[in-house]
Write a protein that binds this ligand. Structure first.
Ligand SMILES: [Zn+2]
Ligand SMILES: [Zn+2]
Length: 306
């Protein structure tokens, strides 16, 4: 007899017992009598995945997703396979901590709204708000690694801003999401802290609005593990944006733009003061010029030696 058959027999027995309780007068007695059968049905669902194996709810959910990639799965199916009431949390763990690209109907609705659905390649799948879909059978290993780093930093004793900086420095050149930074900082002020890191402490943190228009909304990249020289700091975000836009997001010396970015030459754009800050130069747009970091470094070296 298979495990499924064994549990099914159990369910039948328990339902028969429940039937006898229908003669009792109190509603409560009937409800209590149904509990064992209710639990047994749950066990029945658990036996449907990898019979005989002692898998966790999360493992069962993943196995089910992998059996039906790019198929729309309803939340009730997942509840049956998981056999626990907290199953949605396990799906979230698979998604966030383990890097499985599980798309929820809610996310899809938000992405459609943002006009951002094409990248997802989910075909004609029509996801309702209670549906789920595994978009890719390859795990994003880097997501899992980043998640571990994030947890380690989050548990540390440092303040929110230090934790954000630590996390960014652990991911130089890699895009990290605002959700990750918010999680690491454990503070609703995380976005403000990131901005301070850029504008007051001179860390080259790019966003769509500041530095790299090709980045998606809500994504941050620490371009280089080095703070800008103090004379380049404290430029207001609005001024930075204005200058970058004016200069067409290109180095005014060599013409470098983000389209030419590659791993062997990971440049980024910086602002240079025409009249140096130390010599009374202002942080106004008229005193600022866009340079790539290579040309910017060269310029300062020449000025230092000249
Ligand atoms: Zn340049
Ligand atoms: Zn400069």
């Amino acid at each position: 007899m298979t495990e499924t058959e064994r549990v099914l027999n159990q369910v039948r027995d328990l339902l028969r017992e429940f039937e006898t309780s229908l003669e009792s007068v109190s509603v409560r007695e009937k409800v209590v009598a149904l509990v064992p059968a209710f639990d047994a049905v749950r066990d029945l669902g658990k036996t449907l995945i990898s019979e005989g194996l002692r898998l966790s709810a999360r493992d069962r959910l993943l196995a089910y997703f992998l059996l039906y990639p790019r198929c729309v799965l309803h939340e009730k199916e997942l509840a049956i396979v998981a056999g626990i009431s907290e199953w949605a949390r396990r799906v979230r763990e698979l998604r966030v901590q383990h890097g499985w690209r599980i798309v929820t109907g809610v996310t899809v609705a938000q992405m459609i709204e943002a006009g951002d659905l094409d990248d997802l390649d989910i075909g004609d799948a029509d996801l309702g708000v209670n549906d789920y879909l595994l978009a890719d059978t390859n795990q994003d290993r880097d997501a899992a690694y980043r998640w571990n780093v994030a947890n380690e930093i989050r548990r540390g004793a440092a303040g929110g801003q230090d934790k954000i900086l630590k996390y960014l420095r652990a991911n130089v050149g890699k895009p990290v999401s605002g959700e990750e930074l918010s999680y690491v900082a454990q503070s609703s002020e995380w976005a403000r802290r990131v901005r301070e890191l850029r504008t007051e402490q001179g860390w080259p943190i790019s966003t769509k609005m500041s530095g790299n228009p090709s980045l998606p909304v809500g994504v941050y990249v620490l371009e280089r593990d080095r703070q800008a020289p103090s004379h380049d700091r404290r430029i207001a975000d609005s001024v930075r944006r204005q200058v970058l836009q004016r200069d067409g997001y290109a180095c005014r010396n060599c013409g470098w733009t983000h389209e030419r970015w590659n791993t062997s030459d990971p440049r980024f754009l910086e602002l240079h003061h025409v009249v140096h800050h130390a010599h009374g130069g202002s942080n106004e747009a008229t005193n600022l010029v866009t340079y790539c970091n290579v040309c910017h470094d060269d310029l300062h070296k020449r000025e230092d030696s000249g």
